[in-house]
Design a protein. Structure first.
Length: 306
C-alpha cells in the first residue's frame, strides 16, 4: 500500500507523528538528564536550614593545609584547624584563608579532628586517643587513651555543650570491650569530661539501611564512614558528615530519628573532612585538597524563615 502524499489527511498525520516522535524523544532525554535529587527531609515538621545545593562562601587555604582534617569555630571570622600529620593548631582567617597563627601542641601524629571547650582544645588521633591542650598554658598537654583503637578509624569529634561531653563517631565498629554493633550500623559515643571515659553504649545509632531507604537506594544499605560531627547550637541536632559516601546526615539525639539526608556534590566537596558551626549558626565544611585543587572551607548561612 502506497501513501498518497498529495492527500492533505495523510500529510497531517505525518506531521502529527513527527511531532509526537520529537516530543517523546525530548521527554526521554530530559528524564535521563534530570539532575539527581540530593536532599531528603524525613520529618514532616522539620526544615533543613542550609542550602547545601547552592554555592556558599568558599575560602581556599594555604598549601600547608592541603590535608586539613578538622575545624572548630573560634568566632565568625576565625576557625582553629588541624592538619593530618602535624602536631600544630592553625588559626585561620575565614575571609582570606590566611594562617593567623600556628601553635605547636605535641609530636607529629595522625590527628583527625578537634574541638574547643572553654580555654582547652581536645584533639582526636586516628586510634581514638585524645589530647587536651590548655591554650592558657601552652606547655601543658594531657593524653587520654580511650577504648577505641586503630580498627575504629576515629575521625569525628565535637563538643556537646548542653550535656558537657564530647561526641566521637568512629568510621567502623564499636570501642573495645563493648558490644559490637550490627552490620551496617554506625554508632556515636560520648566521652565523659569528668571521668574521661568513653560510654559503653552508643548514644546515637545510624543504620546504613535506613539511609539507603530514605534516598531510594534500591533497598540496599547506603555505605558511609563519618569524617566529622557537630551539634547545632540552637536545635541540638547532631550533624554527621562523611567523606566516604559524600553525605551529610542530621539526627535528633532525643528520638534517634534521622531528620534529613543531604548528598554532597563531589565537585564542591572532593574530600569533606571537617565541620563546625560558628556563633551565628552558620555551617562550615572543610574539604581536603586533591592534586592541583586547594583545600577549602565553605560557609553556609542559615535560611531565613518567615
Amino acid at each position: 500500500m502506497k501513501m498518497d502524499l498529495q492527500n492533505s489527511t495523510t500529510v497531517t498525520w505525518l506531521i502529527v507523528l513527527v511531532i509526537l516522535f520529537i516530543a517523546v524523544g525530548y521527554s526521554v532525554f530530559a528524564i535521563n538528564n534530570k539532575p539527581p535529587q540530593m536532599a531528603f527531609t524525613v520529618a514532616d515538621d522539620y526544615t533543613f536550614p542550609y542550602k547545601i545545593d547552592k554555592k556558599g562562601f568558599r575560602t581556599e587555604l594555604n598549601s600547608i593545609l592541603k590535608e586539613i582534617s578538622g575545624i572548630t569555630s573560634i568566632n565568625q571570622d576565625q576557625v582553629m584547624a588541624i592538619q593530618d600529620e602535624k602536631g600544630i593548631l592553625f588559626t585561620l582567617d575565614l575571609n582570606t584563608g590566611n594562617i593567623v597563627s600556628q601553635t605547636p601542641f605535641d609530636k607529629d601524629r595522625d590527628y583527625e579532628d578537634l574541638c574547643l571547650v572553654g580555654d582547652h582544645v581536645f584533639i582526636l588521633e586516628r586510634d581514638g586517643d585524645l589530647y587536651q591542650f590548655n591554650l592558657a598554658a601552652t606547655d601543658t598537654v594531657q593524653k587520654f587513651e580511650t577504648s577505641f583503637s586503630y580498627r575504629n578509624d576515629t575521625e569525628s569529634l565535637c563538643f556537646d555543650a548542653s550535656r558537657n561531653r564530647l561526641l566521637i563517631a568512629p568510621k567502623d565498629g564499636a570501642p573495645d570491650d563493648t558490644v559490637e554493633l550490627p552490620k551496617n550500623v554506625k554508632g556515636i559515643y560520648a566521652f565523659d569530661l569528668i571521668s574521661k571515659r568513653v560510654s559503653q553504649e552508643p548514644v546515637i545509632t545510624i543504620a546504613e539501611k535506613e539511609i539507603g531507604r530514605i534516598i531510594g537506594n534500591g533497598g540496599k544499605p547506603y555505605s558511609f564512614k563519618p569524617s566529622a560531627i557537630a551539634v547545632h547550637p540552637k536545635t541540638g541536632h547532631i550533624y554527621v558528615l562523611a567523606s566516604v559516601g559524600k553525605v551529610l546526615i542530621v539526627v535528633d539525639p532525643v528520638s534517634n530519628q534521622v531528620m534529613h539526608v543531604q548528598l554532597l556534590d563531589e565537585s564542591v566537596f572532593p574530600q569533606p573532612e571537617g565541620m563546625t558551626f560558628d556563633t551565628a549558626d552558620n555551617l562550615l565544611i572543610s574539604s581536603e585538597g586533591l592534586l592541583t585543587k586547594a583545600a577549602s572551607i565553605t560557609r553556609f548561612s542559615a535560611k531565613t524563615t518567615k
